[in-house]
Design a protein around this ligand. Structure first.
Ligand SMILES: [Zn+2]
Length: 647
């Protein structure tokens, strides 16, 4: 470990990546015109010539931070990234800041006049007097400054700060200038959040330091200070796990993330990417090269989000760094590799499962985040309605038979199985699992990790388990005929078998097993219950807004509605990173295998017919459970349509 002796692509001689110059970096938005600020336009009295209007959401085709032509057209607020407030007009006006404060209603005229008087005698500015007297807030003053200079105001708690940009300026300089780059406007331009936009020296220095042109926006000194400490904290929170927990899994290697000074910028960036992913509750981090830069994306609540772009000259270093952490062969770039690393992020034990995939644009990396400290949820917390939960509970409390949980990847199947195991986990029961990977460790349960390297597959593991006289067997997934056959046979010979299967709905589990080559009579007699599920994002309770869903919209989504529905829709605030959603709730469809359904399974009847019978016998379809959760204000109709489809 620690042998980062040959950083590829000459990273070694790119000294001071963050301290000196980092030219030719991240391309997010098309460049349209040079920014006057970087050409040294004095930010002084009266004629600051800064243009710009956030006229498009960030994307490859638009410059979200400004059109260079003075453009009176103020775009819809909905198009802006979260946290941006535009000035009522672009470019500086020759108004006094105090007049702007009054016009914006931040403080009454009389109070401002008193402050102007007082400032004369006290040798300070009226703004300082107002601030000291509590007549305006620091953020209010920042908003007034932005308006005065015709610049955007940034709420840095809501604004999606790009770490790649923020890292271009070292912390000490950021503190000195009270300024942090927060985004790439285009190939050559940074958006710089500043407490004092009239500090032209700071603008020049940042331009020289980074090699970028600079466009200025305003944020309060407090917010900038918070951001600087947050950046420092994100860097610090990731640390290698101490060697206490000697590898219970030989693949998990302990890594010291502190490296030599040469690799510091790369190490820092990788640490921040991981820390930010964990902070956001991401399940995966994707590093995707596009031939130039590396896009960094995270999956949060099942949705991919871009978090930064690694500049070309650091791209190879970042990829190598991750491979070194996971003990992979950094010289091997053409074959997929698979490794693990244990980390501590803000005191939480995190396992990263690292997979590299060669792509036409270079090596891409997917890191799966397994939070070892996350707790297994109780069944009652999963959002299952009483009827569904009782049906499911009854089935897995039987002494034998098979209970299956179905759904696509990432639908929360294993969370449900773990909740069931937790409920079953009593000393008098012998519970054995075979999993890939072991996501949670449960006391008192024998958990076996599938390992292709030693030939331990689901089916070989399952065969071995049956000999160990278990009461309850949990198989992570039924993927092949062998596994299905042993699972079904075990269920028929006095074991309770829990497993998962990839099907879209509950009734299809029966037809799928038969398609896999299991005799219908075995399926019919072994299977007791099938639970199909999805995860829908929950509306952020802080910002969700009431709405009326028209009956027509409901009908378009496959519901037989005749009246409107009062519900909620997403809005977006800083608590939810502007997405309008926070956390997820399960949608469930629970089918008890009745004698009528067993008879139909024997006759190999299609899934649709099985479904109709199950519905008649009280099964609630996934989308109906979804609608119920819309009614409860937990999620939106759009989200249900997204996860289930509108059929
Ligand atoms: Zn919110």
């Amino acid at each position: 470990m620690g042998a980062m002796s040959t950083p590829p692509n000459g990273l070694r001689d790119e000294e001071g990546l963050f301290g000196e110059r980092a030219p030719e970096v991240s391309v997010e938005f098309e460049r349209r015109d040079p920014d006057p600020l970087s050409e040294g336009v004095a930010l002084g009295d009266g004629d600051l010539d800064v243009h710009g209007g956030l006229d498009a959401r960030s994307g490859p085709s638009g410059d979200p931070y400004g059109t260079p032509e003075p453009d009176p057209r103020i775009p819809e607020a909905a198009e802006l990234p979260p946290g941006v407030t535009q000035p009522s007009r672009r470019g500086s006006s020759s108004r006094f800041l105090t007049d702007v404060i009054v016009e914006m209603g931040l403080a009454p005229r009389e109070r401002v006049d008193l402050a102007i008087e007082a400032s004369r005698n006290e040798g300070t500015t009226p703004e300082r007097v107002l601030l000291a007297g509590g007549a305006i807030t620091p953020d209010g003053l920042a908003r007034a400054l932005a308006e005065r200079y015709g610049l955007d105001h940034l709420d840095l708690e809501a604004f999606p700060v790009d770490m790649g940009a923020a890292n271009l300026v070292v912390n000490t300089a950021a503190k000195r200038y009270q300024a942090v780059p927060v985004a790439f406007v285009d190939k050559r331009t940074l958006l710089l959040a500043m407490a004092d936009p009239s500090n032209v020296l700071a603008v020049d220095d940042v331009a020289i330091m980074t090699g970028y042109e600079v466009r200025v926006a305003v944020a309060s000194p407090e917010a900038i200070g918070d951001l600087i400490s947050r950046m420092a904290r994100l860097d610090d929170v990731v640390s290698g796990e101490s060697a206490v927990e000697e590898a219970e899994d030989s693949q998990a290697e302990i890594v010291n993330l502190r490296e030599t000074a040469d690799d510091a910028p790369v190490v820092k960036l990788v640490n921040q990417i991981v820390a930010q992913a964990v902070e956001r509750g991401a399940s995966d981090v994707h590093l995707a090269p596009d031939g130039h830069e590396v896009r960094v994306r995270v999956r949060v609540d099942g949705i991919m989000q871009d978090i930064t772009t690694v500049p070309r000259r650091m791209a190879a270093g970042v990829v190598s760094r991750v491979k070194i952490m996971a003990e992979l062969d950094i010289a091997e770039r053409r074959l997929p590799q698979d490794g693990r690393v244990s980390l501590t992020v803000e005191g939480r034990h995190i396992d990263l499962r690292v997979v590299t995939l060669p792509s036409v644009h270079g090596e891409s990396i997917v890191m799966r985040i397994l939070d070892k400290d996350s707790v297994v949820m109780k069944l009652e917390k999963l959002g299952m309605a009483d009827i569904e939960r009782e049906r499911f509970e009854k089935a897995f409390h039987e002494t034998h038979g098979a209970v299956l949980v179905t759904g696509p990847t990432g639908s929360g199947k294993s969370t449900t199985l773990y909740a069931a195991l937790l409920a079953l986990n009593t000393p008098e029961k012998n519970i054995i699992t075979v999993e890939d990977p072991v996501e949670y460790q449960l006391d008192g349960i024998t958990q076996v990790q599938v390992s292709a390297k030693v030939g331990l597959t689901f089916s070989t593991g399952l065969r071995a388990m049956v000999r160990a006289d278990p009461d309850v067997i949990m198989v992570g997934e039924i993927r092949d005929r062998d596994t299905a056959q042993i699972a079904v046979e075990s269920a028929l010979t006095g074991h309770l078998v829990l497993s998962t299967l990839h099907t879209n709905d509950a009734p299809s589990a029966i037809t799928r097993l038969v398609e896999m080559g299991i005799e219908p009579f075995l399926v019919a007699s072994a299977l007791d219950c099938v639970l199909a599920q999805r995860l829908a994002r929950m509306l952020c309770s802080n910002c969700k807004q009431r709405t009326i869903v028209a009956a027509e919209v409901l009908r378009e989504n496959g519901y037989k509605a005749i009246v409107d529905l009062e519900a909620y829709e997403p809005s977006g605030c800083r608590r939810c990173n502007g997405t309008g959603y926070r956390g997820r709730v399960g949608l469930y469809e629970v089918m008890s295998v009745s004698s009528e359904i067993r008879a139909m399974a024997l006759e190999r009847r299609p899934a649709e017919e099985l479904r109709d019978v199950a519905v008649r016998q009280g099964m609630r379809l996934l989308r109906d459970d979804g609608l119920q959760k819309v009614r409860q204000g937990l999620t939106s109709i759009a989200e249900i349509a997204r996860v289930i489809g509108s059929s």
